[in-house]
Design a protein around this ligand. Structure first.
Ligand SMILES: [Zn+2]
Length: 350
């Protein structure tokens, strides 16, 4: 597994090229590909295509399969509610994900289809809501405290090479329990500088259901500005407070007020199923389901993380498995009707 980091960076930059092609027309790579297809493919291109399809088949690639997006809140020694996990429960779930062949990707990578993980592996999106100090607290040296979610994630990643220590943090005004713009900028800046993804969870965490367009937009803009006032990078995705959608779903995705605009690549809900592949027809960026982190108790006997991870292990044909090449969307031929037409030029059925 050594050298994974370098390989990964290479894959991601290729993904950027491939996806730029999706939205903005021809890139060099796709133009060559299209030319080869038009001419009935020269022998070398045909052979390369055949070899890629054989590689995809060998690992049973299924890039139209489902992806677990897990929702965490606090990671505390004494759970106070059904959303809390203990440090040991959190660590055990990460170790299980590593053992089951999952590799974390961010919400931004997922919603933009930049899933650059090795062949045969499965993506998982780890999301943390409400920016509590139990998720990240920096010590006097500016390093994450070991019993925080970030500290545990980094430790599990060190012990499981290839398990990327990345996650998405949906932040609100309680910025990891820090006070003042300097401490808040230090904490958010640490996340950004260490490859973590920062998303908007609105400023005040109000229920947006039934609110007017102005009220919805104001809360989202306020959360957006909270982030951009502290670090330069704007958030790419939003998680709705309580998972509740506004009466017009698109208000959560696109909007603006007072000179600040947002144009997100995805809006996340709070329950209760794995999420569709971004390359699948089922993918709806206006409402992406997440799975609550919890053992098989009560409603969670079927609808939370332990239950769904068991189910995905038992139904590998339903789960996203990478072919190791971000330039292609590989899947068994019979799944072709599920592919979103906008990715047609990247598909690799086998
Ligand atoms: Zn929340």
């Amino acid at each position: 597994m050594r050298g994974f980091g370098k390989r990964h960076i290479g894959l991601l930059s290729l993904a950027v090229v491939a996806l730029a092609g999706c939205s903005q027309g021809e890139t060099k790579v796709s133009a060559q590909h299209a030319a080869a297809q038009k001419s009935g493919k020269p022998a070398s291109a045909q052979e390369a295509h055949k070899a890629a399809a054989e590689r995809a088949a060998k690992v049973k690639a299924n890039e139209l399969g489902q992806i677990p997006v897990i929702m965490y809140h606090r990671v505390v020694a004494k759970p106070a509610g059904p959303d809390d996990r203990t440090p040991q429960q959190f660590r055990s779930e990460l170790e299980r994900l590593a053992k089951d062949g999952y590799v974390p990707i961010t919400a931004k990578e997922y919603t933009t289809g930049r899933i650059g993980i090795p062949a045969g592996r499965h993506p998982v999106v780890l999301t943390f809501d409400d920016s509590s100090p139990s998720q990240l607290t920096l010590d006097g040296m500016g390093a994450p405290k070991p019993d925080t979610a970030v500290g545990i994630l980094q430790d599990v990643a060190r012990k499981n090479p290839g398990f990327r220590p990345v996650a998405t943090f949906y932040v609100i005004k309680d910025m990891f329990g820090t006070f003042g713009p300097e401490a808040q900028a230090q904490t958010l800046g640490w996340l950004r500088d260490n490859g973590f993804d920062i998303g908007n969870h609105t400023r005040d965490h109000l229920n947006l259901r039934g609110k007017s367009k102005d009220q919805v937009t104001d809360q989202i803009v306020a959360g957006h500005k909270l982030i951009t006032s502290l670090i330069k990078d704007a958030p790419s995705t939003l998680a709705l407070p309580y998972g509740n959608q506004p009466s017009t779903k698109d208000w959560a995705m696109h909007g603006g007020a007072g000179g600040t605009n947002y144009n997100y690549t995805g809006v996340f809900l709070a329950g209760y199923t794995p999420a569709p592949s971004p390359f699948s027809k089922d993918f709806d960026p206006l409402g992406i389901p997440r799975i609550r982190a919890m053992d098989k108790v009560g409603d969670c006997a079927r609808f939370c993380s332990t239950a769904w991870l068991d189910w995905l292990n038992a139904h590998p044909e339903e789960r996203y498995t990478s072919d190791g090449d971000v330039r292609t969307v590989a899947f068994p031929k019979f799944k072709a009707p599920y592919a979103a037409p906008r990715f047609a030029r990247y598909t690799l059925p086998y």
